[in-house]
Write a protein that binds this ligand. Structure first.
Ligand code: ASN
Ligand code: ZN
Length: 339
């Protein structure tokens, strides 16, 4: 009978292993912010409660009516599988937390978020034709592309919240952002089986329309939000420093003290470590970064220097017979001006 088959299936799941569980909700028609499409101005906030209407759960048959549900579910599943098989981490809290996402959030909403209070993700649709595409799953005309990097970025905010818990401002905030970019890029590389040389190291290349005009009329030829390979490239949306000595290192208070800019420094350090070690980024560089993120010495106010020192320490602990690894890590932080 079906019942005994189901039971048999669960019997073989090892103790402590939780299956991938996820729910996708839709906010369509339940706009949270009314935005003037001409100017981008927020006209009013008639907040409707999150998460919205249930579209699909991972236990259900695949949902065919909305392609974004399928893409988003795939993105959540891939990120879950990455953390599980590479780091043996059971979902973002390490304990099988159900992954929840609300898609089609608000109107022409050009962002994606992790909501710490309700432990869920939010994905906007962008303006759909001039600046940003859909954050949960975007289809450039003709070819299907995904926003797995964006999905993995948001989920990693959840992992950070459950581990180091870097507060979201100034240097700890930039570390928080960097964790999301580093693991976001790593998830894409892992999914595609790419070596460090094959990877594009870009975040958000598939949700951005190049040569486009923003809602507020600002022109941008950005090809991506950020690049770990070249944080200061002029085609990035974020003007990032790639070193502490760069004039782009931001000391103001905008964006919680420049969390999306100054993340360029630790992003570039990771990129340098991964390139120097070669092969797959998640094998050694990724392991060092993961062990650091989950190290008990991390705390909400961790500064770049403290983070850097623990990566070196972790490199020695993980690769005691190959001190070249720790040396590479130390050099990378030195090169970006942190040490
Ligand atoms: N997409 C942005 C991020 O995840 C949203 C934010 O500013 N928190 O970093
Ligand atoms: Zn982020």
């Amino acid at each position: 009978s079906t019942e005994s088959k189901v039971k048999a299936r669960y019997d073989v799941i090892p103790t402590g292993f939780k299956e991938f569980r996820s729910k996708i909700w839709g906010m369509s028609g339940r706009n949270c912010e009314e935005i003037n499409p001409e100017t981008g101005e927020i006209l009013g906030t008639s907040y409707k409660p999150l998460p919205g209407i249930l579209y699909s759960s991972s236990q259900d048959p695949p949902y065919e009516q909305d392609q974004d549900v399928i893409t988003c579910m795939e993105g959540l599943r891939t990120t879950y599988n990455f953390y599980k098989s590479v780091f043996n981490r059971e979902s973002i809290d390490g304990n099988g937390l159900q992954l929840e996402a609300s898609i089609h959030y608000a109107t022409r909403y050009g962002n994606a978020l992790w909501e710490p209070a309700s432990k869920q993700m939010i994905f906007g649709d962008g303006d759909g034709n001039s600046r940003f595409g859909r954050f949960a799953g975007f289809f450039k005309p003709g070819s299907m592309v995904s926003s797995l990097d964006v999905i993995a970025h948001e989920l990693t905010h959840g992992v950070t919240g459950h581990t180091a818990n870097f507060e979201y401002k100034h240097q700890p905030g930039a570390l928080n952002e960097s964790m999301s970019d580093v693991f976001g890029s790593m998830v894409v590389q892992w999914k595609q089986g790419q070596t460090v040389d094959e990877a594009d190291w870009l975040i958000g290349a598939n949700i951005i329309y190049p040569n486009s005009e923003s809602l507020t009329g600002r022109r941008s030829n950005a090809m991506c939000l950020r690049s770990l390979k070249d944080p200061s490239a002029i085609t990035n949306l974020e003007l990032q420093p790639n070193s502490m000595t760069s004039s782009r290192y931001y000391k103001g208070e905008d964006d919680n003290g420049g969390v999306h800019r100054n993340s360029g420094v630790p992003n570039f350090a990771f990129y340098k470590v991964a390139m120097a070690l070669g092969g797959h980024s998640w094998d050694r560089a990724g392991k060092i970064w993961y062990e650091t993120l989950t190290d008990s010495r991390m705390h909400p106010k961790t500064q770049f220097v403290e983070f850097a020192r623990v990566t070196i320490d972790q490199a020695k602990t993980l690769y005691p017979d190959d001190l070249f690894v720790a040396q590479v890590v130390e050099e990378a932080w030195y090169d970006v001006g942190v040490l």
